[in-house]
Design a protein around this ligand. Structure first.
Ligand code: PSV
Ligand code: MN
Length: 430
């Protein structure tokens, strides 16, 4: 019997029983509909079951903005409780068995103990994330004016060593990737020399790269602005691609959906990175104005579908193996509910992309028939694939209706009792 409350498999099965009849009816109807298009629904369910999307440890805490953070009840107070919440998400949706750690927010006292705790929850560790955008307690030098690209070698050295430490922790707990996002940039015209800043960044990254084990990947995450508001060193996919190429095979580009100018054609960026063999992975979220960190698929589900359309189209290309993660700030919701919903939306976009009639699309493209091409995409996008998603979850031991099951379990209320609030929880995105 575990010490802390967990949602048991039996409870999920009991709850599923009450929605089983309607699910079966909807599934059969969709199966017939897809069969008319020569699509085998069970093959699609199996693919949906195989999707993997990592949960960021910081996502299970209530997020905040630079104005305020409004903590929710029963927030996880440390990495072990974050693991509990991540595992709860996975029990419900069954596509999220990996957790991505942020160091030093999640720095364990004992790596082996942390690895054992994750294993008890049936979880593994996804990419490690370094943090050189905040000063840490007791740090010798400050990141106020940058980290890996700083003018001062001592600051760069501290940032390099921190990244190497992240790799070492990752090796001890079974991670296979390091994601480097730097907030380096400038707030005033003339403040930084663009060329030299990038040269220094690359020089630092070369040192980190040489510490990356051969079976690891090094993800470079670009971001257009924030915290620097005039210029950012790794501002876009072009710079990210250049750096990944300069560094070598293990370095790849990571696309966070919120890190672009509004209206940028992200699906085309994705396609370009695939074509150039440098698409490492994603941080999924949604946005309206900037890096809003809204729930994935909540504002622009068609964009998410178009991105997956590129990913499914690239399936089978040698070495193509992007890594997926959610990265959103759950400021006004129960983070578990938001992350569950977002995981479902990512699966939805994937499944919709799977049912695109690709030979017909190619035919329309070759015939320069724009209307037909769009209609083919829309046919897939407007198909309600919910019964496939529910079947995938259920066949993997998850919930037909994950939010309803989560609410019925009383998880949050119980955690509120189990986790009396402590001051200064560092949860959420800064
Ligand atoms: C930066 O905005 C970012 O997207 C990076 O992935 C960070 O590691 C994460 O958010 C948390 O602040
Ligand atoms: Mn991100």
């Amino acid at each position: 019997m575990p010490e802390n409350f967990e949602i048991e498999s039996d409870f999920i099965a009991e709850q599923n029983a009450s929605s089983a009849a309607t699910q079966a009816e909807d599934f059969d109807h969709l199966a017939r509909k897809l069969a008319r298009r020569d699509i085998d629904i069970d093959a699609i369910v199996e693919k949906a079951r195989g999707l993997r999307v990592a949960i960021p440890s910081w996502g299970v805490g209530t997020g905040g903005t630079r104005f305020a953070r409004f903590p929710g009840p029963g927030e996880p107070r440390g990495i072990y409780e974050k693991l509990e919440d991540c595992s709860t998400i996975n029990k419900l949706v069954r596509t999220t068995p990996c957790v991505s750690l942020h160091i030093p927010w999640d720095k364990p006292d004992d790596n082996n103990e942390l690895a054992a705790a994750a294993a008890r929850h049936g979880m593994t560790f996804d990419a490690m994330n370094s943090n050189t955008f905040q000063d840490q307690n007791g740090a010798n030098v400050s990141y106020k004016f940058g980290s890996l690209s700083h003018v001062d070698r001592c600051v760069r050295q501290q940032a390099i060593e921190h990244n190497i430490e992240c790799i070492e922790i990752g090796q001890a707990i079974g991670s296979k990737a390091l994601t480097v996002w730097v907030g380096d940039g400038s707030n005033f015209a003339g403040q930084a020399n663009f060329r030299r800043s990038l040269e220094r960044y690359l020089e630092s990254m070369r040192e980190i790269y040489s510490a990356v084990p051969d079976d690891w990947r090094l993800f470079i995450e670009h971001k257009m602005y924030e915290p620097a508001f005039y210029s950012t060193v790794i501002s876009d996919w072009g710079v990210s691609y250049y750096c990944a190429r300069e560094l070598g095979k293990k370095a790849e580009c990571l696309v966070d959906l919120g890190h672009h100018a509004p209206n940028v054609n992200i699906e085309q960026i994705v396609s370009r990175l695939i074509q150039f063999g440098k698409l490492g992975g994603f941080h999924f979220n949604d946005s309206k104005y900037g890096d809003d960190d809204l729930d994935a698929g909540s504002v622009k589900p068609f964009q998410l579908f178009l991105i997956f359309n590129e990913l499914v189209d690239a399936d089978g290309i040698e070495g193509f193996d992007p890594s997926y993660m959610l990265d959103q700030s759950n400021n006004v919701t129960d983070p578990i509910e938001s992350l569950v919903t977002s995981a479902v939306e990512v699966s939805r976009a994937y499944v919709q992309a799977l049912i695109v009639d690709r030979p017909k699309l190619e035919e329309a493209q070759n015939a320069c028939d724009a209307i037909a091409a769009l209609a083919i995409l829309k046919e897939a996008f407007t198909t309600d694939v919910s019964p496939i998603l529910a079947a995938a979850r259920e066949r993997s031991g998850g919930a037909i209706d994950p939010i309803a099951v989560y609410r019925a379990s009383g998880y949050r209320k119980i955690k509120d009792k189990e986790r009396p609030a402590t001051k200064g929880i560092s949860a959420g995105i800064v």
